[in-house]
Design a protein around this ligand. Structure first.
Ligand SMILES: Nc1ncnc2c1ncn2[C@@H]1O[C@H](COP(=O)(O)OP(=O)(O)OP(=O)(O)O)[C@@H](O)[C@H]1O
Ligand SMILES: [Mg+2]
Length: 224
């Protein structure tokens, strides 16, 4: 049976710019089912990353409603939002965003430190399990700069998975990769989705978008 994981209704987002208020998202209505693989496409500046930031609880909508796992996100305190974000959202960015001073293993362990329910003595086992899933347990003691771009992105995906999030949000995950590494990342995201993860991908990669269950296009801040 399907279950709605994310529900946005009549959502607007505007920013205060030097020339006044700029509306970036307009009347967004979107429901995403658990287990779905969704591509978000659209021209540069259309509002894709802004939409992902709101879904990922990094930013607030200006108006409208957002329910994540049946929780009305708008009614939560700052602290409650941070817990929901840490436990329910996995982020994958175009530029990997790994911490250069930390080993691969320590990078993957990082989100666990913000989860009071996880014991410190379990960090390594949990992180290694995710590194195995992305095929990089042999690189656990390396540092990010010693890895290829594709390998760094796989570490970032392992880190995103370590809290067992409800949804994986990927903002142009193949944008900085050559075609071979990009194809590996696409395969990995498809495999994770087949194993049950809900995955949202902002992408300019047409072949990736075509392999998703559904594609939405944003144009001038609206879903078209
Ligand atoms: N913090 C902000 N303050 C003001 N304007 C912003 C802010 N963040 C985004 N914008 C504006 O919102 C619009 C949408 O930006 P967004 O980053 O969501 O686009 P995008 O679709 O992700 O583009 P790209 O494909 O280039 O990544 C742009 O016009 C941008 O300038
Ligand atoms: Mg963007």
């Amino acid at each position: 049976m399907s279950e709605t994981l994310i529900k946005l209704a009549e959502l607007d987002k505007s920013f205060d710019g030097p020339a006044g208020k700029v509306t970036v998202l307009k009347n967004i209505n979107l429901e995403i089912e658990r287990g779905e693989l969704l591509a978000v496409i659209g021209k540069s500046g259309s509002g894709k990353s802004t939409l992902l930031s709101i879904i990922g609880l990094l930013d607030n909508a200006t108006s409208g409603s957002y329910e994540l796992c049946d929780t009305d996100v708008c009614s939560l305190s700052h602290y409650q939002t941070s817990i929901l974000r840490n436990q329910n959202i996995g982020w994958v960015f175009q530029n990997f965003n790994l911490v250069p001073e930390l080993s691969v293993l320590k990078n993957v362990e990082l989100p666990l430190k913000y989860n009071k329910n996880v014991k410190k003595t379990d960090y390594k086992t949990i992180a290694l399990k995710q590194l195995e899933r992305v095929g990089l347990s042999d690189k656990q003691n390396n540092f990010p700069e010693q890895l290829s771009g594709g390998q760094q992105q796989r570490v970032a995906i392992a880190r995103a998975l370590v809290s067992n999030p409800d949804v994986l949000l990927c903002d142009e995950p193949t944008g900085n990769l050559d075609s071979e590494n990009a194809a590996q990342i696409v395969d990995l995201l498809l495999t994770l989705n087949a194993a049950g993860s809900t995955v949202l991908i902002v992408t300019h990669n047409e072949s990736l978008a075509q392999q998703c269950d559904r594609t939405i296009e944003i144009k001038d801040g609206m879903i078209v």
